[in-house]
Ligand binder design. Structure first.
Ligand code: PMT
Length: 387
């Protein structure tokens, strides 16, 4: 039997946010005279985020249900306050026994989570219910429990009036962020294009911070001056149309969409196939057409529970225009940056922003690094979730 203790490990490996310890199979481990730590079950149990039993036998389920603590695992269970998840696997008759089912009901009433076994061919070569659920499904349910636990802590913090330090490690575990980053390029001909000054630093800062806090992150990148952070999925899209198509393809998988890209609002109606010659042309008149509005379309297609967040790059009446954008595009949050201010906006490592939310909060922030701003944005996402 393998029993797993799951502990946050942000500092150890940012892309693998949880350390997983396999408990020894040796039932006598705790009490073995050679063991240098005679109270290992206490020491192990104090610092874990999830006790996951995969696969769990009828025997260990019975011990947990009845408070028996005669080996390392059952002692660890009794000594821990962490959430517990059990994925049983056993012979069908053992599974269906009233005693087993009674024990399971008792543990469920105690708050233990179960990933029920499925039907299939069992180790004893019979066919029936008792086969361990697919491992991927167990992992995803375990991540859900971990994220619920984090939300609970945040809610308790809010209720207790502790407004600071929401940046718990792995507090975004279970979230999948889709972020547009950088500027788009709209071709005039094979040589020339229309674009803007976006470096990608702001969008990548959000991606990096979300990754470090346990989220799965996909960035749809236009043209950027810096490299994407490690540990995030990268999709390249040069023009607004390409970015639109890439976002719509990925959207169903996202729980949060962040539009940090500076998408060109207009593109040449007909890009020339060959280089436009300047000979005998003192003037060149370009006809432009509106590009598709990615953020508005995401908002229209949003699924229940999906958060849609935009940025607003403004030069005057910053908050007023940002509020109008939030309403028009039906956003949960907008980050307004005044790109005329020193240290804010395009291609800087810092930004000055006001975070506005649908429910009316207005958080005016001082000059700070784009990474610090990214963490503030993520804190606000968690507050929305907790509410
Ligand atoms: O990349 P950096 O150099 O770090 O600079 C950061 C930034 C200034 C680019 C960033 O902080 C920012 O403000 N990004 C949004 C820029 C912008 O295009 O703002 P907007 O007010 O024009 O658009 C509003 C929102 O709609 C944005 O979320 C934008 O991504 C989105 N949009 C706009 C047009 C369009 N066709 N599709 C969109 O999705």
């Amino acid at each position: 039997m393998s029993q797993l203790l799951v502990r946050r490990s942000h500092r150890v490996q940012p892309h693998r946010p949880y350390q997983v310890f396999s408990l020894p199979d040796d039932q006598e481990y705790d009490y073995d005279p050679a063991n240098p730590d005679p109270i290992a079950h206490i020491n192990f149990s104090q610092d874990i985020d999830l006790l996951l039993i995969v696969p769990a036998t009828a025997n260990i389920i019975a011990k947990f249900a009845n408070g028996v603590a005669d080996d390392f695992l059952s002692s660890t269970y009794l000594a821990s306050t962490a959430p517990v998840m059990i994925a049983p696997a056993m012979n069908t008759t053992m599974w269906e026994q009233p005693a087993t089912q009674r024990n399971i009901q008792r543990l469920k009433a105690d708050g233990v989570h179960f990933v029920e076994p499925v039907a299939g061919e069992l180790a004893c070569k019979t066919v029936g219910t008792g086969k361990l659920e697919d491992v991927e499904n167990i992992v995803s349910q375990a991540l859900k429990v971990l994220s619920e636990k984090t939300k609970k802590v945040i809610k308790e913090n809010i209720e207790a009036g502790r407004n600071g330090d929401f940046a718990l490690k792995n507090d975004l575990s279970g979230e999948r962020l889709l972020i547009t980053v950088g500027g788009t390029r709209e071709a005039i001909d094979p040589v020339r294009f229309i674009s803007n000054h976006s470096s990608g630093k702001m969008g990548f800062a959000v991606a990096e911070a979300a990754r470090d806090r346990g989220a799965e992150v996909t960035v749809v990148c236009g043209v950027t001056a810096v490299e994407p952070p490690n540990g995030v999925a990268v999709i390249n899209a040069v023009s607004a149309r390409e970015m639109f198509d890439a976002v719509m393809k990925e959207l169903a998988n996202a729980t949060v969409f962040v539009g940090a890209a500076a998408v060109a609002d207009y593109a040449p109606t007909n890009a020339a196939d060959a280089k436009i010659k300047k000979e005998n042309q003192d003037k060149l008149i370009l006809e432009l057409k509106k590009t598709p509005d990615i953020l508005s379309e995401v908002s229209k297609r949003r699924k229940k529970g999906q958060l849609v967040i935009g940025f607003a790059a403004e030069t005057n009446e910053v908050v007023t225009y940002a509020k109008i954008k939030m309403g028009k595009k039906d956003l949960d949050m907008v980050i307004a940056n005044d790109i005329t201010k020193e240290g804010a906006g395009f291609n800087t490592d810092t930004n000055i922003a006001t975070i506005l939310t649908r429910v009316g909060s207005e958080i005016e922030l001082p000059l700070m690094s784009k990474r610090a701003l990214a963490d503030r944005i993520l804190d606000e996402i968690l507050k929305i979730r907790a509410a």
